[in-house]
Design a protein around this ligand. Structure first.
Ligand code: KG4
Ligand code: ZN
Length: 350
C-alpha cells in the first residue's frame, strides 16, 4: 500500500510517501520545509508565524512528495496526518489539507499522535523489533518513558514534571546566546570542549537522578545554568567556558536520561530499548545509552532511529499510519474521517 502523510505540528512543513507490505516499509519521498531560520529571530516558535509559513508551503511540499515518489494521487491507499499534540494554528493547516485531499480523492484518513510517529520512525530501520519495548521519548515538548507490550499499546511509566529535555537544550542555548534550536548547537559546542585538557570546577546538578521513581525534571538544571551565567558574566564572552558549560549541561541531561532508562529496563525487563524524538539526534546520548544498556542489560536490544528520521518529518507519521491501518477493524469508516478529524493541542497517546 502507498501512504501519503502530512506533518505540521510545529515548525516543519512536511509530507512523505511510503510504501508498506508485510511490515516492510520503504520511504519513496520525504520532504521537509524547515522554518527554523524564521523562528530563530524570535528565539522560539511563534505559532501564528508558523501557521502562515505552513499555509504558504503545504501544497508545494505535498506536490514535491508526490512528484519525487512518482506515485499518482489515485494510487494512494491512505492519508495520515498529525492530529496533535502541537500548536493549534500549525496543526490545522496540515489537518485541513489532509481532510480536503481525503474528500476529493475519496481516500481513507487517519489522525496520528505526533509522538507515536516519533516512536514508529524506528520501524523504518528494523521490521523485527521485539516486544515488549521500552521507549525513551525525548523531544522539544516531551520526555517520557513508555512501555509497549505490543504494537500501538502505550503505558507511560515515567515523564518530566516540568520542562522537556529538548526544551531545556533550547532554553540553555538562549541563556548562552547560542540561538535556536538549542540541541544541535549545544552538542557542537560540547564537542569542542572534549579536546581541551583544562578542567573547570563547576558541576551542574543531575536533577532527580536518585528520586527512586522514573520521572524527570529539567527546569532546575536550566536555572543552574542561568545563575552560573549571572554570577560570572565572563561566560558569555569566553568560548572555552561556554563550551565547558555546554558539555557539562549535556552530560547532566544524558546522565539522568540514561540512569532512569536503565532503572526502567531493570524493572520492566523489555526485549528492546528504543530512542525517539528530536533529542535522539544527539550523538552522545545515542552512544552513552547504548553503552549503558550493553553493560547493565546485555540481553536487551538497542534501537535508534536514523538521524534523518529523528527530528520532525512526515515519513514517521506514515509509518504509524501503516500500523494503525493494519489494526483498524472498520476500514470503510476511515473514508468518512474527513468529516470528523480535528486538531487537539493536548492529545494523549493511547
Ligand atoms: O522532535 P522534535 O524535532 O520536535 C518536537 O516534537 O518537539 O524535537 C525538537 C527538539 C528541540 O528542542 C531541539 O533542540 C532538540 O530536539 N534537538 C536536540 C538535537 N537536535 C535536536 N537536542 C540535543 N541534541 C541534538 N543534537
Ligand atoms: Zn517532534
Amino acid at each position: 500500500m502507498k501512504i501519503l502523510s502530512i506533518e505540521t505540528s510545529c515548525d516543519e512543513t512536511a509530507a512523505a510517501i511510503i510504501s508498506g507490505e508485510n511490515n516492510k516499509l520503504e520511504v519513496l519521498s520525504n520532504i521537509v520545509s524547515s522554518q527554523v531560520k524564521i523562528h530563530a529571530e524570535w528565539g522560539g516558535v511563534v505559532p501564528n508565524l508558523a501557521a502562515r509559513e505552513h499555509l504558504k508551503n503545504i501544497l508545494p511540499v505535498i506536490k514535491d512528495a508526490l512528484k519525487k515518489s512518482k506515485v499518482s494521487p489515485k494510487d494512494i491507499s491512505l492519508i495520515a496526518v498529525t492530529a496533535g499534540p502541537g500548536l493549534i494554528p500549525a496543526l490545522l493547516i496540515g489537518i485541513n489539507s489532509a481532510k480536503t485531499l481525503s474528500y476529493v480523492l475519496k481516500k481513507p484518513l487517519l489522525g496520528i499522535h505526533h509522538i507515536e510517529g516519533h516512536i514508529y520512525a524506528n520501524f523504518l530501520q528494523n521490521d523485527k523489533i521485539k516486544f515488549p519495548v521500552l521507549c525513551l521519548v525525548v523531544s522539544g515538548g516531551h520526555t517520557q518513558l513508555i512501555l509497549m507490550k505490543k504494537h500501538l499499546d502505550y503505558k507511560i511509566v515515567g515523564e518530566t514534571l516540568d520542562d522537556a529535555a529538548g526544551e531545556a537544550f533550547d532554553k540553555v542555548a538562549r541563556i548562552l546566546n547560542l540561538g535556536y534550536p538549542g540541541g544541535p548547537v549545544i552538542s557542537k559546542m560540547a564537542d569542542l570542549y572534549k579536546s581541551k585538557i583544562e578542567r573547570h570546577k563547576l558541576i551542574l546538578p543531575r536533577p532527580m537522578i536518585k528520586s527512586r521513581d522514573l520521572n524527570f525534571s529539567f527546569s532546575g538544571l536550566k536555572t543552574a545554568v542561568l545563575y552560573t551565567v549571572k554570577k560570572n558574566k565572563k561566560v558569555l564572552k569566553n568560548k572555552e567556558l561556554k563550551s565547558y558549560i555546554c558539555h557539562e549541561f549535556q552530560q547532566a541531561v544524558i546522565d539522568v536520561l540514561v540512569a532512569k532508562t536503565i532503572e526502567a529496563g531493570k524493572k520492566f525487563k523489555p526485549k528492546t530499548i528504543m530512542l525517539a524524538g528530536g533529542v535522539s539526534a544527539n550523538k552522545e546520548l545515542r552512544k552513552q545509552l547504548g553503552a549503558a544498556i550493553k553493560e547493565n542489560l546485555p540481553y536487551v536490544e538497542y534501537q535508534v532511529p536514523d538521524i534523518k528520521y529523528s527530528m520532525d518529518n512526515a515519513a514517521m507519521i506514515a509509518v504509524a499510519g501503516y500500523f494503525r491501518w493494519k489494526k483498524s477493524k472498520n476500514k470503510k469508516m476511515l473514508q468518512k474521517n474527513w468529516e470528523r478529524l480535528s486538531a487537539d493541542a493536548n492529545l494523549k497517546i493511547s
